[in-house]
Design a protein around this ligand. Structure first.
Ligand SMILES: [Zn+2]
Length: 413
């Protein structure tokens, strides 16, 4: 091994034959035969780096970028600074594979197969479901971290209850809480955001429940627990493409993602700030064309893309009110018709804007309410039982560096 970030992997013929995603190589091998070995490097995506500058650095022709389609180009702009990615280099040091994540589900795979090619591929991970109950000692946040070693789960708990309970005033030592959730694990670490199904906190003998349904949190009666609300960015809403972290495109035979919502609208329609905040970006952004980004506080940022033009005088640092016009619908950065691509980010991670933007009623009704009641019945029984017989959470104890390597010498796996 040359240094800690360089690991040798030997690919046996058997492994070459295995399918792409089934291949999870535990990288404990330091092998002596460089002829069959690729060097694997784990790196961090730098601030200001783009797919184009990366191509230039690695000797990948720029035409590969220019030939991407609209969705792919949009996704290329979603690589986050600080994201960890992997390269494999052949013995001459030229790029064989690059795996660059764009979100929790999908990664950009660049590989050499004669020419360089690019494909979006799912990220492999494991997940576990757990249900636990604990007694409170200092605060829900601290105690959840202590018990699970999972700060994101603690954060999720606190933010779900934020508007219904004042933790510092109403919680006493010995109060209890229970959580049912699902967590992804990758390479021995928690990966992505926990998916909470139900939570309860019991304080002074009263139980406060939260259930996750249809992308939002509700109390046990189906009333939505408001967290942070944005208004729609256009006065009339027509959704043409929804948010998805990963989907299989049956016609193109490719994996895709869409990290925002597209609203169909006429060229020149005014685009409004979804909430009050501070403008943090005005300018061009690759496949997104002309873009405005606004920071709203609490880690939330909105993005408005493909604009034909900006509102006159709009610049970075300017404060805007909710509903204020910031630009006009267009089709910059793309070759298809005019529409608004509206993105929402929490702590720089794309989330579904329709979870936060107020479009529907905040009280579940009709068929949705009946579905919700079924879910409540199931989880409430489970969570009440947990409070009766507290059970400690599962913890992650694996601390091993392993590397997922996809594919063999020919790039096909
Ligand atoms: Zn879009």
């Amino acid at each position: 091994m040359k240094d800690l970030s360089t690991i040798w992997i030997k690919l046996s013929p058997f492994e070459k034959e295995r399918k792409f995603l089934n291949l999870l190589l535990l990288c404990t091998v330091a092998l002596s035969s460089p002829t069959f070995a690729d060097t694997v490097q784990k790196l961090e995506w730098q601030k200001g780096e783009t797919l184009l500058t990366f191509f230039e650095k690695m000797g990948v022709p720029a035409s590969l970028y220019y030939n991407l389609d609209r969705e792919e180009k949009e996704l290329a702009d979603e690589i986050r600074a600080g994201a960890q990615y992997y390269l494999t280099l052949d013995s001459k040091g030229s790029l064989r594979h690059a795996l660059i994540p764009i979100n929790e589900e999908l990664q950009i795979h660049i590989y050499k197969e004669g020419d360089y090619k690019l494909k979006l591929e799912p990220i492999a991970y494991d997940k576990f479901e757990d249900a636990f109950a604990i007694s409170l000692d200092s605060s829900p946040y601290q105690d959840i971290i202590e018990a699970t070693h999972n700060p994101k789960l603690a954060g999720e708990f606190v933010s779900a209850f934020r508007n219904s309970i004042n933790f510092s005033r109403s919680i006493r030592k010995g109060d209890r809480l229970a959580i049912i959730y699902e967590q992804k694990v990758r390479m021995g670490e928690f990966f992505g955001d926990p998916k909470v199904k139900a939570m309860v906190i019991e304080t002074r003998g009263r139980r406060h429940y939260v259930f996750f349904f249809d992308g939002r949190y509700y109390d046990q009666h189906g009333k939505e627990l408001k967290q942070f609300f944005l208004k729609k960015p256009l006065s009339r809403i027509r959704i043409t493409s929804r948010f998805t972290l990963r989907r299989w495109h049956p016609v193109l035979h490719r994996y895709r993602a869409h990290l925002g919502v597209d609203f169909g609208a006429r060229y020149g329609t005014p685009v409004r700030a979804a909430g009050r905040g501070k403008v943090v970006f005005v300018g061009r952004k690759g496949g997104y064309g002309k873009v405005v980004m606004i920071y709203h506080g609490s880690g939330y940022k909105t993005l408005y893309a493909h604009l034909s033009r900006f509102k006159r005088g709009l610049r970075v640092g300017k404060r805007v009110r909710q509903g204020e016009v910031i630009g006009y619908v267009g089709s910059t950065g793309i070759s298809t018709g005019p529409h608004l691509h509206f993105g929402l980010y929490k702590n720089n991670k794309a989330i579904n804007p329709l979870r936060v933007v107020r479009i529907a009623n905040s009280q579940l009704q009709g068929k949705k309410l009946r579905e919700f009641k079924k879910l409540v019945k199931r989880y409430k029984a489970q969570i009440d039982k947990l409070l009766g017989e507290p059970k400690p959470p599962k913890r992650l104890e694996i601390v091993k560096e392993d590397i997922q390597y996809l594919g063999g010498d020919d790039g096909k796996g």
